[in-house]
Write a protein that binds this ligand. Sequence first.
Ligand SMILES: Nc1ncnc2c1ncn2[C@@H]1O[C@H](COP(=O)(O)OP(=O)(O)O)[C@@H](O)[C@H]1O
Ligand SMILES: [Mg+2]
Length: 264
Amino acid sequence: MLNNPNTATRSSDISVEKVALRYGTGEGAVLALDGLSLNVKKEEFCVIVGPSGCGKSSLLYLIAGLEGRTGGMIKVGGRPVSDAGADRGMVFQAYTLFPWLTVRQNVEYGPRRKGMPAAERNRIVDHYLTEIGLAAFGSHYPSQLSGGMKQRVAIARALANDPEVLLMDEPFGALDSQTRHAMQQLLLSVWEHSKKTVLFVTHDIDEAILLADRVFVMSGRPGQILADLTVPFERPRDMDLVMEPDFIAMKREILGLLKNNGGH
Ligand SMILES: Nc1ncnc2c1ncn2[C@@H]1O[C@H](COP(=O)(O)OP(=O)(O)O)[C@@H](O)[C@H]1O
Ligand SMILES: [Mg+2]
């Protein structure tokens, strides 16, 4: 079985092959991505770091099916991506909750759209509100919540849809560092329980190493994968890890790659 050449493809949940993305045409065209390939295995937590403008968000949009690629192939769960689908949940940096819906209604949105019966919907919503520590806030509106709380609801909303993969674009970028650390721990614990496949973008290298099974380092635009680094640290991990020599060595390696390939 180990020799089956299809095994690698089947166990890989996100497969991006030689993807190119050009915005616009003619002189104003921007080649955002060019020949980018990566694979994320089922239940793996992978993090992308790269210089600003290298195409990280663009790549997530392509995988989410929110943007059309210029070339290459993207598959999620073995199926080619052509448009947006409930198998891919996305969490953005900006808080994207529906302001006119309560916390509960926001989390319930996906299951309701799928036509899920109320009893099952309630069970799922209760589960994720508890998981993110906001069980008591179901009837609050987003405007009544802090940034960190809104982002927790956004994560619960994405998970309630039961996506195969979770795509996260600098979800904690706007949070203060203390809240960000709490959110990292929360996300790791939710991930341990839900075992989703995660592709997470950040420009915070500490965050990348703390969270990831593997870190992809991207080059400057047009974005390509410069390095695919396996993070060797055991889980659970906490913030103390950032002071360990092995952690600092890995951080230095990533910084070196970014420094030498910051853009064209
Ligand atoms: N809709 C768009 N139209 C034209 N250019 C775009 C568009 N979106 C992004 N770009 C350009 O594509 C490049 C990659 O953008 P982006 O994916 O947002 O990078 P990152 O998330 O790594 O900062 C940037 O140069 C950006 O200016
Ligand atoms: Mg971005």
